[in-house]
Design a protein around this ligand. Structure first.
Ligand code: PLP
Length: 456
């Protein structure tokens, strides 16, 4: 019997409230509402214990790129578990799934990437990257280069390294002190600026903040710049076209490492294999997780470019770092099959040429709604901004909680999207059909109406 069928919906809620501490959750307020108990999923839909069918416009947590209900992924995990459910790759050991996946990752990434270090999650990938970056500079004879520069409002995970590198103030305020020598510059959020500059002028100005920060810290102190190609959890902040080329130029000029955090943007989300490909930048390291297995099993990693890999291998000796689940065989087997699905079904190209442009065009129609100030989308990753006044683009009073209100209307009307303040974000599975895209837009419009009425 499936675990979901072993109890009634109300029993699950009761047990959940008594025993389960959820991530990123205020349990006092959860106690008032109870959890939505999700019992199964298929395609782009999730189903809850109350019998609701909900279009998952967030791919779980930005991860179910290949969609739900993939028997191929289930079989890949089961077959591997029967053959070799676990073994590590410490102590001169390896196993075929982790080796095969490494080969495939080398094939789908830029030419500088010939090696990969595995982890169990995005956060662990970030921690690995921080240690690797600092170790690289030790090996290069510049051990003083310790400082990593990231962006405000970035999300890079919840481990102490991830929380420190991320730019979320509420996270910094709990469980500190944070990891030292991490600095943050403003994000390239044109809509959030006073909009006196054109997007491209603004993008250049935002990139120059990196130069200013490097100069202020002392160029010989800076190890790396780290950024999500498009900030996801921060509100799908799509940088102006001028931003990334300028960031690349500045990193090259000062010789600092460039790291893209591809945990959300990787594996086809932007209609290219990786966000760095979309923005045409050449990172030295890329962190990934989520979409590598479409979330079916936990797996993450760091793609290590030759510049860093050569130093680690030639001069590094042993790198004192690794996890019990680094390169877990079942997770790697699922990742292999997941990449094969993306390739076989041309899902990355589909996002670039078909469903991405289609959803983007439909998404733009939401900009006509009286409480929407801007819509934006790249690939299958988008956002809209709720505003109180369409001509001045003034925001709603924070106390209204317009974003949360809208998000709640959405889920109660059969569509998951996420609210980041008053920004509503969307990132559906790459398998979304045109009809499902139409359903998504129809429900979004209806819930914008409901939000507008509720606030009036
Ligand atoms: N980096 C980015 C860009 C993310 O969006 C996330 C998670 O959402 C992480 C890192 C952390 O990944 P995980 O939750 O797998 O630790």
């Amino acid at each position: 019997m499936a675990i979901a069928d072993s109890r009634q919906g109300s029993e699950w809620k009761d047990l959940d409230g008594r025993h389960y501490l959820h991530p990123f959750t205020d349990h006092k307020s959860l106690a008032k509402t109870g959890s939505r108990i999700v019992t199964r999923a298929d395609g782009v839909y999730i189903f809850d214990a109350d019998g609701n069918k909900i279009l998952d416009g967030m791919s779980g947590l930005w991860c179910v790129n290949a969609g739900y209900g993939r028997d191929e992924l289930v079989d890949a995990a089961a077959n591997q578990m029967r053959e070799l459910p676990y073994y590590n790759s410490f102590f001169q050991c390896a196993h075929p799934p982790s080796i095969e996946l490494s080969r495939m990752l080398q094939e789908i990434t830029q030419p500088q990437f010939n090696r990969v270090f595995y982890t169990g999650s995005g956060s662990e990938s970030i921690d690995t990257m921080i240690r690797m970056v600092r170790h690289y500079w030790e090996l290069k004879g510049e051990p003083q280069r310790k400082t990593l520069i990231a962006r405000k409002n970035a999300y890079h995970g919840s481990t102490i390294g991830g929380a420190s590198l991320g730019g979320m103030k509420p996270m910094h305020s709990q469980g500190g002190p944070m990891v030292p020598r991490i600095e943050h510059i403003d994000q390239p959020y044109w809509f959030g600026s006073d909009r006196s500059l054109s997007p491209d002028e603004f993008g250049l100005q935002a990139a120059q903040l990196l130069r200013q920060k490097i100069e202020a810290l002392g160029p010989d102190q800076v190890a790396a710049f780290v950024g999500e190609p498009i900030q996801g959890a921060g509100g799908v902040i799509i940088p102006p076209d001028s931003y990334w080329p300028e960031i690349q130029k500045i990193c090259d000029e000062y010789g600092i490492l460039l790291v893209t955090d591809e945990v959300i943007c990787g594996f086809g989300r932007l209609g290219q294999w990786f966000g760095a490909d979309y923005f045409d930048v050449k990172p030295d390291l890329m962190t990934f997780a989520k979409g590598v297995t479409s979330g079916y099993l936990p797996l993450g990693g760091v793609m290590v470019g030759d510049r860093v890999a050569d130093a680690l291998i030639d001069k590094g000796g042993e790198f004192y770092h690794g996890y019990t689940y680094s390169g877990h065989p079942a997770a790697c087997a699922v990742a292999i099959e997941n990449i094969r699905i993306l390739q076989r079904e041309n899902l990355v190209e589909r996002v670039r040429d078909d469903i991405g442009p289609y959803l983007a065009e439909r998404w733009r129609t939401l900009a006509e709604h009286p409480i929407v100030g801007e819509t934006r989308m790249v690939g299958l990753m988008g956002a809209l901004e709720l505003v109180a006044d369409k001509s001045s683009l003034a925001r709603f009073d924070e106390k209204i909680g317009a974003g949360t209100l809208c998000r709640d209307f959405l889920v109660n009307n059969g569509l998951v999207m996420r609210a980041v303040g008053d920004t509503i974000v969307v990132a559906p599975p790459l398998t979304l059909s045109h009809e499902e895209a139409d359903e998504l837009i129809g429900k979004a419009w209806k819930c914008l109406d409901l939000t507008q009425k509720a606030i009036a």
